[in-house]
Design a protein around this ligand. Structure first.
Ligand SMILES: [Zn+2]
Length: 720
């Protein structure tokens, strides 16, 4: 099947509008975008493959080599470059009051020179702004622009005390920021407007300015709704400004934070054509390697086929100590780009500062060039993808923002524990937003998993019951649905009737030991857990009662030290450690314990095994793709223009959980089996990294092939 890029774009546009986006009005949104652009196919920003950014610093008007800059990005075949306008320091001769020019600007116009050099090479230009900070000289003439603490004081920036935080509910965002946007658009040929650092990434803002005092209490669910609506309102406003000049221009902003993103992402997706994840590298001690892939699952869940980019910081990102002007290891940068590509996002490659021409550390340039050279040879396999996963993981944004689980370890660890187990089991799964539980989205999944999604409204509980009534299988743990959407604790879990449980007391914690689960009878979910009567239960549990024969019973937590007392005074109870039910075609599992968090915190293999067995039982062993072989591998599979693509990310590495990758540690044979829809016949299987065809065997609807090895990443493209 030969097809050129142009034909494909038209096809993928039709595909996207026709099916992927059929739910929730998103199809009409993209259709609207296409109509506004004056054609039947989506605009340029809906089929981009690479983005480049060198973030300007104040000295760059005299340091940056503009021609070398433009040549570099053109050499990477990027679709667009970000060029700094800013808002904190102007890189062009602005006339907007309080838009302070770089003290090195002189009579130069760095923005203009870069925009022109990029355009000359056929690259789109996106004007980058930072509306989050302004200087102390604006405090007195415009006190209303700035955030206040509870005592009425302004909020200086932590690293640069001459800069103060601006308030997104103030006229700074409705007057000052639009004035810069319009000035830039009136002078330069730009293709989009972008804001860094807004919406805020890590936490909801807490401000006591006059405007914010009219809003709900900071950090409350009501405030969250007002905050989200303000983001949507400003996003629409800025997007309207972008489109004043060109119908196919757009506004977009930095998002990120994974499950803890600040605006309600499902709501924001109503107006967002391009979701950029500012998730530039692994952060903090003990951060697992899969941070980019997990972010990809969050963003693609709400964008449903529309553009998602993820920034790879080539600079030394995050961790306890960071350096913005030296490069990270090549293997670490590569695995981040691998995950970005595999999870359905577009790579946005980023460096900070052009000191000495194009940065004093030049190693980042070769890392990017090498990667993009490869990627650009295989673009079509990364466009217009549709998921084939049959498991959905419900992400509770409000739970992650507002709920604190009892005991040590936060909500993120519930997701981490589940995520690791799903990787070990090599399941294909998607994330599903809590506000997107209607049949048009969840109907495609054989099972939904709720890792302690504590806050669920009555309506959301009803949707989950409807899903199960239609034959869907559900697994939940711990305090799932114990709280409504305002955080009010219910008398009984909101899904008690679904799982056939009743609360039997307050949450119980560990006492030296966590609690145990006693094996009461054989069951498929206990496969491989042989030669023992006990397995770990968890650390904390919500005691429940349930009818029916026990599979696992609770042995309450008891003394660990001294060993003389480390035995169960009550060796057997009739309290379930798991509730397993079947109701028609629907299979249901509830764990009263903090299963996923305990799996993550302890690393105990029984708990990971138990989770994997449960998921396999829920879907009746039916997986669209199975991948057998050694190693820790994250799998994605997509329907593509050629047929399908199976992506394998190799995380097997001594630095999987800490420190950057020193090098990739190749793994051997991976045996892939994929079940195709009836009537699809595979003509060829091509490995995109190895860049060769491999043998395959198709019997009926099942196709099998062996990937001989994976260094960091391999993609098997099926032509079918
Ligand atoms: Zn305010």
């Amino acid at each position: 099947m030969e097809i050129d890029r142009r034909q494909f774009l038209v096809m993928s546009g039709a595909m996207v509008q026709g099916s992927v986006l059929s739910g929730l009005g998103a199809g009409s949104l993209l259709g609207g975008i296409a109509d506004a652009a004056g054609g039947g196919s989506p605009p340029w920003h809906q089929h981009i493959r690479r983005i480049g950014q060198l973030n300007f610093n104040e000295r760059d008007p005299v340091e940056l080599d503009v021609e070398a800059w433009a040549d570099y990005w053109a050499g990477l075949k990027v679709d667009a470059v970000l060029v700094s306008v800013t808002g904190i320091l102007a890189f062009y001769p602005t006339q907007v009051p309080f838009h302070r020019r770089s003290k090195f600007l002189g009579d130069r116009d760095l923005f203009g020179a870069c925009a022109q050099a990029a355009k000359k090479r056929g690259l789109r230009v996106i004007a980058r702004m930072s509306p989050d900070l302004n200087w102390e000289d604006a405090l007195s003439p415009h006190p209303e622009w700035f955030m206040r603490d509870a005592g009425g004081g302004f909020l200086p920036h932590g690293e640069e005390p001459r800069l103060y935080r601006t308030c997104m509910f103030s006229s700074y965002f409705t007057d000052f920021v639009p004035a810069i946007m319009r000035e830039v658009q009136s002078r330069y040929d730009v293709d989009g407007l972008f804001t860094n650092a807004w919406p805020p990434l890590d936490a909801l803002p807490v401000c006591y300015c006059d405007e914010c005092r009219k809003l709900a209490k900071p950090r409350s669910p009501d405030y969250w709704r007002q905050f989200t609506e303000r983001v949507v309102q400003l996003w629409r406003h800025y997007d309207g400004i972008a489109k004043e000049k060109k119908a196919d221009s757009l506004f977009f902003a930095n998002l990120g934070g994974g499950m803890r993103a600040t605006p309600n992402l499902r709501r924001l997706a109503d107006v967002c054509e391009w979701f950029n994840c500012d998730n530039q590298g692994r952060g903090g001690d003990g951060a697992p390697i899969w941070g980019a892939a997990q972010q990809g699952r969050v963003a693609t869940a709400v964008m449903k086929g529309r553009t998602v980019t993820n920034v790879t910081g080539a600079w030394s990102t995050c961790g306890a100590v960071r350096w913005r002007n030296v490069a990270k290891s090549r293997a670490e940068a590569e695995i981040w780009m691998d995950q970005t590509a595999a999870s359905g996002m577009t790579i946005w490659y980023h460096w900070v500062g052009g000191q000495g021409g194009l940065g004093e550390d030049r190693r980042w340039q070769q890392i990017g060039r090498r990667y993009m050279d490869w990627l650009s040879r295989h673009d079509l396999h990364f466009e217009g993808r549709r998921t084939v996963a049959n498991v959905g993981v419900v992400m509770g944004q409000s739970t992650h923002l507002f709920y604190t689980p009892p005991g040590e370890g936060g909500m993120a660890q519930f997701m981490d524990g589940l995520y690791y187990a799903l990787l070990e089991g090599r399941f294909l799964f998607d994330f599903v937003h809590e506000d997107d539980l209607g049949p048009e989205t969840v109907g495609r999944y054989a099972a939904l998993l709720l890792p302690n999604i504590a806050w669920l409204s009555d309506a959301q509980c009803r949707q989950l019951r409807d899903y199960a009534a239609a034959g869907g299988s559900v697994m939940a743990s711990f305090e799932t649905a114990m709280f409504d959407e305002a955080g009010r604790r219910r008398d009984r879990p909101g899904l008690a009737d679904l799982f056939g449980i009743e609360s039997a007391g307050p949450v119980a914690g560990p006492n030296g030991n966590g609690f145990y689960a006693r094996i009461e009878r054989p069951h498929e979910i206990l496969a491989g857990l042989d030669d023992t009567n006990l397995i770990p239960g968890g650390a904390y549990r919500l005691p429940v009662r349930a009818a029916g024969e026990l599979v696992l019973s609770v042995v309450p937590a008891h003394t660990a030290y001294p060993p003389e007392l480390s035995y169960a005074p009550v060796p057997r109870t009739d309290e379930p450690a798991v509730v397993v039910r079947e109701n028609g075609a629907s299979r249901l599992i509830y764990f009263p314990g903090d299963l996923e968090r305990a799996a993550w915190r302890s690393g105990h293999t029984d708990l990971s095994r138990l989770i994997q067995n449960c998921v396999a039982w829920l879907v009746r062993g039916a997986q669209p793709v199975t991948v057998a072989g050694e190693g820790v591998v994250e799998c994605f599979a997509w329907e593509t223009w050629s047929g399908y693509a199976v992506h394998l990310l190799n995380y097997t590495n001594p630095n999987m959980h800490r420190g950057w990758l020193r090098r990739h540690c190749p793994i051997g044979e991976q045996k892939v089996r994929m079940t195709l829809p009836a009537g699809r016949s595979v003509a060829r299987v091509e490995l995109l990294r190895a860049e060769r065809n491999i043998a395959f065997r198709q019997v009926g609807t099942s196709v099998e092939f062996t990937v001989p090895g994976v260094a960091d990443y391999e993609v098997a493209a099926l032509y079918a």
